[in-house]
Design a protein around this ligand. Sequence first.
Ligand SMILES: Nc1ncnc2c1ncn2[C@@H]1O[C@H](COP(=O)(O)OP(=O)(O)OP(=O)(O)O)[C@@H](O)[C@H]1O
Length: 294
Amino acid sequence: MPNTTSPPVLHAEGLTKRYGRRTALSDVTLSVPPGRIIGLVGPNGAGKSTLLHLACGLVEPTSGSLTVLGSRPAADAAHLARVGFVAQDTPVYGSFTVAEHLRLGARLNPAWDRGLAERRIAQVGLNPDQKAGRLSGGQRAQLALTIAAAKRPELLIFDEPAAALDPLARSGFLRNLMEFVTELGAGAVLSSHLLDDIERVCDHLIVLSGSRVQVAGDVRDLLATHHRVTAPPGELERLPSGVETIRVEHHGRASVAVVRGDTGPPPLPRPAEPVSLEELVLSYMTRAAAEGPR
Ligand SMILES: Nc1ncnc2c1ncn2[C@@H]1O[C@H](COP(=O)(O)OP(=O)(O)OP(=O)(O)O)[C@@H](O)[C@H]1O
């Protein structure tokens, strides 16, 4: 079980990744304590997969640093075994059966939990003799999740794992993911465009947009420090110091702002209302899109 003396699950300082002249990730600095389920959200091309690929050691930073569970990503075989990765398209070997995938997993991973793998395959109704190439998207995602979890990693990384699944399959998949994380005592990073999913399973949020982190933190803290204020136009242009405007929308005779005040309830001229996680995320994404690349 992770404890408070464990190193941060992710720790980035000035992390930058360029592909040729294209900047995929720019000057990312963040630190996430262990044992969290981290939601990574952002528009297409924001840099989410790049951050996850850096965390798995699949690509190297151009500059800056990143540690995962206290070490350089994929530093050695032992570190590789501590991280389970499920890639965006949940790749499997089409001509291998489900059972062959499990045997391969056992051969490649010293801490392979055969009991967990076989129990999970039975629970989700996968036929061990079925060729993986004939599985549906949902079944493939379940197989990939089972393989990642049977490594008994300390951190599970998922790149849009549920994107191709129908709502019922997605709901089941997320429930399984939560069960695994609890059973393994592991942390997880989950990138998704589906804010409902993020809201359902994540307790830590990172919003990436335009290759930069727009906001990151504990979900409860973020919801406690962000508010919605509605006021006549003009009134929201002069907010007290210590209150940051994230986004303002004008609707006829009213303006609606999402604001951030980190030192208790913001001293606002109008009542502050709570925001949903979706509203918070969209406010940061809208602001980043309006600012354009920096
Ligand atoms: N191998 C690569 N070569 C060149 N450019 C790349 C490469 N991988 C990513 N990029 C670029 O880096 C930027 C970030 O891409 P990335 O895939 O990390 O975004 P994303 O947030 O995961 O997007 P999506 O939500 O569409 O999956 C994009 O502009 C993308 O075109």
